[in-house]
Design a protein around this ligand. Structure first.
Ligand code: 5GP
Ligand code: ZN
Length: 114
């Protein structure tokens, strides 16, 4: 399948990996929008949040409840705070059609987002 994030998950193309386990990989965004900008993805190809099945809840819960708080600690965002974003579909600003969770931190965020 011609999916850039599947290729990163299989280490067919390089990325700076911040975390990895059987179901999940996290790597630094190529075009960082904050001092810390990490993408956390299920290794399984899921197109978007809108394309999830109930069984995908396990990996998504793992990402939200375990991986992201751990990464936030590792990169000193736990106290200062951070933002977690899942762009979904065209108007949601999703450009890569493999579900990914952005972890952004290291600066003050604006609201509403653009
Ligand atoms: P989206 O706009 O779909 O929510 O986010 C896609 C993100 O993937 C963007 O922030 C973009 O910079 C990042 N990205 C796209 N291609 C690559 C790549 O090949 N490597 C890495 N590390 N990040 C990528
Ligand atoms: Zn994929």
């Amino acid at each position: 399948m011609d999916c850039i994030f599947c290729k990163i998950a299989k280490q067919e193309i390089p990325a700076k990996v911040a975390y990895e386990d059987d179901s999940t990989i996290a790597f630094f965004d190529l075009s960082p929008q904050a001092p810390v900008h990490i993408l956390v993805i299920p290794k399984k190809h899921i197109m978007s949040l809108q394309d999830t099945e109930v069984a995908d809840g396990n990996v998504l819960a793992h990402i939200m409840v375990e991986v992201i708080p751990q990464l936030a600690k590792k990169f000193n965002l736990a106290d200062s705070g951070y933002r977690v974003v899942i762009n979904t579909g065209d108007e949601g600003g999703q450009t890569v059609k493999h579900l990914h969770v952005h972890l952004l931190g290291g600066r003050s965020m604006q609201w509403p987002p653009g």
